[in-house]
Design a protein around this ligand. Structure first.
Ligand code: FAD
Length: 496
């Protein structure tokens, strides 16, 4: 198999991969790169999901790139607008010409003798000096659907939001959406516009807060200031507001719960049973807080077009669902908005010098690399703020690392864990089901920098933008000269 070589191989052409390409072009112009994308189009998440109402649930001033102002008046944007923004970014910077579509990366093997990765896709093989995984965090093959008894009896249609059928006509139909996460709260008001009725069926409640779909301050600033300046101010405003809200919730759970309950009671009116349907078992931000724009979910409920039921499914029936309480929910369509399957590194199988890497046994370094795994980084975003904030910090750090290696003529960089006081902790501290189902396949983190995964933009900004790349933990090396390797081999044979 012929192997093409590029200096940096980026895997994935979503928000992170396109961002990585921009930063590589800008900060490491001497390095060649290519993007391998499994699908036939760019956009990742924003191209895959096609369900009604699909939109961001964080504002576009922080989900957008730092280098490309978001100019649409909507701060909470629909998927087509986000996709158009990503396409425009890729086109403007010539990144679209660097993408190889239909190239699903399966395996990567690192050779310390060559200081190179050999990367195999289903159709080709490549070599690269640095492998930059921008593969997202979930399995594109299928979403998560729990075992639901009696589905074969149900006469209507059942679907998962990750595989939305093009031909689905739900106008005038009775719809049940199972779930209460970000997808369910998006689907319910969108489908309620034309469906006969939409019921959101949740096993347990979630925190849901509303925010204006348009950011009045950002739009005001854009009319008065140069585009880039207005965008930078709006971005920082929203970063700081988001950080404040998260901190407030984690430090004052009782007050935060009371505040959210008061908001919801005002939204839904005094007759609504907030205590049953919006009173989660956990504290705010122990799991993601869901966001709805302009109270659209609550408006659909107030108008009687949507309702919420908190109960457990006993079984599907011919006509719909029977619940543990004995309630029967009749439905023509059931949507299982029951979540994603997390997938680490896009399912990559890796070896280092012939030894398989079990990523669950590795430790995260600076939220982007893994102990004892050379020249490989992962762009992964925040769980409590917009993904792109962290993904871009990682892109910039990778560029700094590459430039440092060019300057010092080093070809291998490997984070080495030599901290005797190291205590392993789970990679993500969310108690959500989708995290808990997969966390044992993810690397660990430690309690201290650089092994700690910060969910905090300010701390990451200090560590990733200002901190030294040569921090004593990262080991820089070069392949041993061939003659030396030959002598080692002779010694090994003699000893054996
Ligand atoms: C419905 C939904 C809504 C979301 N809303 C928000 C939001 O409002 N704000 C927010 O911050 N985050 C949100 N997220 C998280 C979201 O995924 C990120 O914001 C962001 O889109 C991630 O970008 P990415 O490029 O890292 O990953 P992705 O968008 O997942 O793109 C990864 C790309 O890598 C490709 N790929 C994966 N594995 C391989 C492989 N082995 N070989 C080749 N290619 C591969 C995929 O095909 C895909 O194109 C949302 C997620 C979902 C599912």
């Amino acid at each position: 198999m012929q192997r093409e070589h590029v200096d940096v191989l980026v895997v994935g052409a979503g928000i992170s991969g396109i961002g990585a390409a921009y930063h590589l072009q800008r900060s490491c112009p001497d390095r060649t790169y290519a993007i391998l994308e499994a699908r036939d189009d760019i956009g990742g998440t924003w191209d895959l999901f096609r369900y009604p109402g699909i939109r961001s649930d964080s504002d576009m001033y922080t989900l957008g790139y730092s280098f490309k102002p978001w100019t649409d008046p909507k701060a909470i944007a629909d998927a087509p607008s986000i996709l158009a923004y990503l396409r425009e970014t890729a086109r403007e910077h010539g990144i679209d010409r660097k993408i190889r579509f239909g190239q699903r990366v399966k395996r990567a093997s690192w050779s310390s003798a060559d200081a190179r990765w050999t990367v195999e896709t289903e159709r080709a093989a490549f070599t690269c000096d640095f492998l930059f995984m921008c593969s997202g965090y979930y399995d594109y093959a299928a979403g998560y659907t729990p075992e639901l008894p009696g589905t074969e009896r149900f006469a209507g249609r059942i679907m998962h939001p990750q595989k939305w059928p093009d031909d689905l006509d739900y106008a005038g139909k009775r719809v049940v959406v199972i779930g209460s996460g970000a997808t369910a709260v998006t689907l319910v008001p969108a489908m309620a516009k034309t469906a006969a009725h939409v019921t959101m069926l949740q096993r347990s409640p979630t925190y849901i807060v509303s925010m204006p779909g348009e950011d009045r301050v950002a739009n005001w600033l854009r009319r008065r200031l140069p585009g880039g300046v207005a965008y930078a101010i709006s971005r920082w405003k929203n970063v700081l507001l988001g950080m404040w809200f998260y901190r407030f919730c984690r430090r004052n759970p009782t007050r935060a719960r009371a505040l959210i309950t008061r908001w919801l009671t005002n939204e839904l009116g005094p007759g609504f049973d907030v205590a049953t349907h919006f009173n989660p078992r956990y504290n705010p931000w122990e799991q993601r807080v869901c966001l709805v724009p302009d109270s659209d979910l609550f408006a659909a409920m107030r108008a009687g077009r949507a309702s919420i039921v908190t109960d457990q499914i006993e079984t599907f029936t011919e006509k719909g669902l029977r619940l543990r309480s004995g309630t029967e929910l009749e439905a023509d369509i059931v949507v299982t908005a029951t979540g994603l399957n997390l997938l680490f590194l896009g399912g990559l199988e890796a070896t280092v010098d012939g030894v398989r890497v079990d990523f669950a046994q590795t430790v995260n370094y600076k939220g982007m690399m893994f102990s004892d795994v050379p020249n490989l980084a992962l762009a992964i975003g925040y769980t409590n703020a917009s993904w792109t904030l962290k993904a871009e910090l990682i892109c910039r750090y990778v560029c700094r690392l590459l430039n440092h290696m060019t300057k010092t003529r080093m070809r291998q960089c490997t984070p080495r864990l030599r901290d005797s006081r190291f205590e392993p902790m789970p990679f993500l501290d969310l108690t959500s089901g989708y995290v808990q189902r997969a966390i044992d396949r993810f690397p660990k983190q430690g309690s201290r920098t650089p092994w700690r995964l910060h969910q905090n933009y300010a701390l990451d900004l200090l560590m990733l933008q200002r901190g030294s790349v040569d921090d004593g933990v990262m080991e820089f090396s070069n392949p041993a000269p061939a003659a030396e390797r030959g002598a080692d081999a002779v010694r090994a044979v003699a000893a054996g």
